[in-house]
Design a protein around this ligand. Structure first.
Ligand code: URC
Length: 306
């Protein structure tokens, strides 16, 4: 032992690059926009090799910036597609090892989130999807003497439309930078609670029917705002299910920003997106039957709704 302090094992890179790739095939599908495929990944790229000088002397001449690693993820999604996470990571990893002699290896990781097409009238929709495997069904019963309230709902039901969503016409002031758009991704994680008017119902059948109605409306509505989508989802559920008195929603607007690939000489016609996790828009509203008697006690223990 010399007593000298030295650098041990190290790796570095960009973690959790959220990437959504939409692949459009205008020759397929029933609508004018064709059938879309969605691939949704969380990618981490880390390089290993000779990075001694950076750690010990602040010499960045061999440091492939983590920002460049992130850009490469997005550019490769455009250029090579994804296909499978394994194939995508292999292409990515080989690129860094081949491009930089001092990069001896690295670690590339991806999580892929599965999406299913939302069924509308029994047919899988061309460009509206629901994320599988995370939705939770919820229910609360409250009894107070002779009064019983049943509220039920769902949470963490993540849905996405890769077209059929616009947002424009909003006021502009000196703090407005958001561009108007006539074609954007609309994605949200639906939390909904609805109040039943009776305790003697086929709750399983109702849950399935209400959930399917909410999702089919999300899929079918050409949206001008998430607020409008929320209202139409509630309206459709109330119209189809007379045993539901009212429905409350909390829906984050899960923003997907188009990645600027121009610096890399690539166009990006709504194909490669940065899926931001925060901040997010948060849209909350109650949809109710006009003139109905309110039931504040039913909602007293369900926080976070208006
Ligand atoms: O559907 C939307 N509603 C908004 O209120 C809003 N605000 C915003 O910046 N983007 C959006 N999108």
């Amino acid at each position: 032992m010399s007593g000298r302090i030295v650098l041990g094992a190290n790796q570095y890179g960009k973690a959790e690059v959220r990437l959504v790739r939409i692949t459009r095939d205008p020759s397929t599908g029933s609508g004018s926009g064709g059938r879309h495929e969605i691939e949704d990944l969380n990618v981490t790229s880390q390089l290993r090799g000779d990075f001694e000088a950076c750690h010990t002397q602040g010499d960045n001449s061999q440091v492939v910036a983590t920002d460049s690693q992130k850009n490469t993820v997005y550019a490769f999604a455009k250029q090579h597609g994804i296909g499978s996470p394994e194939q995508f990571l292999l292409t990515l990893g080989r690129h860094f090892v081949d491009a930089y002699p001092w990069v001896s290896g690295g670690r590339w990781e991806a999580e892929q989130y599965a999406w299913k097409r939302i069924p509308v009238d029994g047919q899988p929709h061309d460009h509206a999807f629901v994320r599988t495997g995370q939705e939770t069904r919820t229910a609360v019963v409250q009894i107070d003497g002779d009064t019983t309230h049943v509220v039920a709902g769902l949470t963490d039901c993540t849905v996405l439309k890769s077209t059929g969503s616009e947002f424009h016409g909003f006021p502009r002031d000196q703090y407005t930078t958001l561009a108007e758009t006539t074609d954007r991704i609309l994605a949200t994680s639906v939390t909904a609670w609805w109040r039943y008017t009776s305790t003697d119902l086929d709750f399983n059948a109702l849950y399935d029917g209400i959930r399917d109605t909410l999702l089919a409306t999300f899929a079918s509505l050409h949206s001008y705002a998430l607020q409008q989508t929320l209202f139409e989802m509630g309206k459709a559920a109330l119209e189809a299910f007379p045993d539901v008195a009212e429905i409350k929603f909390s829906m984050p607007n899960k923003h997907h920003f188009l990645v600027d690939l121009e610096p890399f000489g690539l166009d990006n016609p709504n194909e490669v997106f940065f899926a931001a996790d925060r901040p997010y828009g948060l849209i909350q509203a109650t949809v109710e039957r006009e003139g109905a008697t309110p039931a504040p006690a039913a909602w007293a223990t369900i926080p976070g709704f208006c």
